[in-house]
Design a protein around this ligand. Structure first.
Ligand code: MG
Length: 149
């Protein structure tokens, strides 16, 4: 067994799409980023790369590389799956911290989208949404822990 953890943060900016797990969530603000800024997928990618001791998201998909400008992070996640070798994902547990909008109505769609991208049953993906209690309303953060078998 191998365990990996990932964490990411992006600033929120007016007029940017809010993308989480490949799902665009209605919101006046979204992640400011070189890619689509999908903070949840970025945390999962780093957890997967960490579990396989395979560097980090910045070393594989640098934000200085124009190939990754505005790219869907789901495409990067699918590519990351190629680094797992013979290992399989036992489960993934995630936390997203965001004050607004509330994420609960979108959690199941996000889980389904992530499960499809990683060829996993939805039952192996957990996503919890929390707020910062208005202490960090200008950012969105995500954390992911993955267990490989
Ligand atoms: Mg990121």
């Amino acid at each position: 067994m191998r365990i990996g953890n990932g964490w990411d943060l992006h600033r929120l900016a007016e007029g940017r799409p809010l993308v989480l797990g490949g799902v665009t969530i209605p919101s006046p603000r979204g992640e400011l980023a070189h890619s689509d800024g999908d903070v949840l997928v970025h945390a999962i990618i780093d957890a997967l790369l960490g579990a396989t001791c395979n560097g980090d998201i910045g070393s594989h998909y640098p934000d200085t590389d124009s190939r990754y400008a505005d790219i869907s992070s789901m495409a990067l996640l699918k590519d990351t799956m190629n680094h797992l070798g013979t290992a399989s994902i036992e489960n993934i547990d995630c936390i997203v911290v965001l004050d607004e909008p509330k994420l609960r109505p979108f959690i199941d769609e996000i889980r389904t989208r992530l499960a499809d991208a990683m060829h996993l049953p939805v039952s192996r993906i957990s996503i919890k949404a929390k707020t910062s209690e208005q202490t960090a309303s200008g950012v969105i953060t995500a954390q992911a822990v993955v267990l490989l078998d």
